[in-house]
Design a protein around this ligand. Structure first.
Ligand SMILES: Nc1ncnc2c1ncn2[C@@H]1O[C@H](COP(=O)(O)OP(=O)(O)OP(=O)(O)O)[C@@H](O)[C@H]1O
Length: 391
């Protein structure tokens, strides 16, 4: 699996607002650090862009956000915001608005006064403060709790009040750490849409941390996928799905996850095919990719060992002459997830109708060539997406 950030797709934001340049975070004794939490992380965020940091627990998302905020020192590298180097400035001097867990509301102030605090400090007219507070509290559905004190609020209400306090003020950057983690799913999905519209209308540059792919897809223009402290890929949700940079991103993004098989490439007379070997009594299968123009030096050589990836939604059920054994069949109310045993491995397929076959039945399936992803056997880097050769 690739353990270093692949080259990022050429994305040239109109104006760069935030720039992280080869940022590292070590925890523990600087001479002999126990944890290397963030590894040479580089990223540019455009003015008005919304970026999600997504990854599994412990991958370094929060450390990255906290270094941008100034709550953690930067061990190595540089952070620039709005044309200023900020990595050695105290948090209050960075002009960054934050909604962080643990960055709590001021207990002696009502929710209204908490939200209005920065506006009053900036000496805005009282009528303007009221108009803005009313607007943001309607958006986040906290109108009824404006006169309460933080100690009497539920976790979800506190979270929305913190979010309101961050979003209402003027800042060069908005940093949101799991901003909706405490909310009920229905409210979360309503607020997601409203927050996105607000960020776009106001042209606010923001970076938020989430575990939740749906949240990242719904809110972000681009998603930065992290694993083990390393930025694996930063790209739009569609790009991550269609052109994952490596096997980690391919299997991390998408639900259910991409199916992956060990396979061998065959390239004869310009015609390329990929074969998955059978195992035991289970026969294998192959996919004809047709003519693929391979640049000189491409890893897509005759006989090369690769990983073949196919998304469950792309497996064509009931079609073709490849067969497998149906071992699970679940109707989820709007789609069916089936598991087919083929080439000695379980493969998940999704169908938008019901699948009538009983468990144990032999079912036909095919993998359309345009749905094939190939990854290098050694480091998992992407080699081919559909007919598109990578690199
Ligand atoms: N103050 C600290 N001291 C020592 N190690 C730390 C500290 N904070 C974080 N770490 C370690 O750094 C790594 C990255 O942690 P971080 O909190 O940034 O990850 P994360 O992706 O945000 O995880 P989560 O989603 O669980 O919050 C982990 O191994 C964590 O244990």
């Amino acid at each position: 699996m690739a353990n270093q950030a692949p080259e990022q797709p050429a994305h040239a934001p109109a104006a760069v607002a935030l720039h992280l340049d080869a940022v590292d975070k070590f925890y523990g004794d600087p001479a002999n650090p126990a944890v290397h939490a963030v590894k040479s992380f580089s990223m540019e965020v455009g003015q008005g862009e919304i970026v999600a940091l997504l990854g599994s627990s412990g991958c370094g998302k929060t450390s990255t956000l906290r270094m941008i905020a100034g709550f953690e020192t930067v061990s190595r590298g540089e952070i620039n915001l709005a044309g200023r180097r900020i990595d050695s400035l105290p948090p209050a001097k960075r002009n960054v608005a934050m909604a962080f867990e643990g960055y709590s509301l001021y207990p002696p102030l009502t929710v209204r006064d908490n939200i209005a605090f920065a506006l009053k400090a900036a000496k805005l007219e009282q009528s303007e403060v009221k108009r803005k507070v009313d607007h943001i509290s309607a958006l986040l559905e906290i109108g009824p709790i404006l006169d309460k004190y933080p100690s009497s609020l539920s976790g979800g209400q506190q979270q929305r009040a913190s979010l309101a306090r961050a979003l209402i003020r003027k800042a060069d950057l908005y940093l949101l750490d799991e901003p909706m983690s405490q909310l009920e799913p229905q409210l979360r999905s309503v607020l997601r849409g409203r927050i996105k519209s607000y960020l776009i209308e106001q042209g606010l540059t923001s970076v938020f941390v989430t575990h939740d792919q749906t949240e990242a897809n719904a809110l972000a223009d681009r998603i930065a996928v992290m694993e083990d402290g390393v930025l694996q890929q930063i790209a739009s949700p569609a790009e991550l799905k269609d052109r994952p940079a490596n096997l980690f991103v391919a299997t991390f993004i998408g639900e259910p996850p991409m199916n992956v098989f060990p396979a061998k490439l065959s390239a004869q007379d310009g015609q390329v095919s990929v074969a998955v070997e059978g195992a035991g009594s289970a026969s294998g299968f192959s996919v004809e990719l047709g003519e693929i123009v391979r640049p000189p030096g491409s890893a897509l050589q005759d006989g090369a060992s690769v990983h073949l990836g196919v998304r469950p939604h792309s497996v064509a059920l009931g079609k073709g002459d490849t067969r497998g054994l149906l071992v699970s069949n679940q109707w989820l109310g709007d789609q069916t997830h089936v598991v087919i045993e083929t080439a000695g491995q379980a493969m998940v397929a999704v169908s938008y109708g019901r699948v009538d076959d009983a468990l144990g039945a032999e079912v036909a399936f095919s993998i359309p060539p345009r749905a094939v992803h190939l990854f290098a056997e050694d480091d998992g880097r992407a080699l081919l997406h559909g007919r598109e050769v990578v690199g």
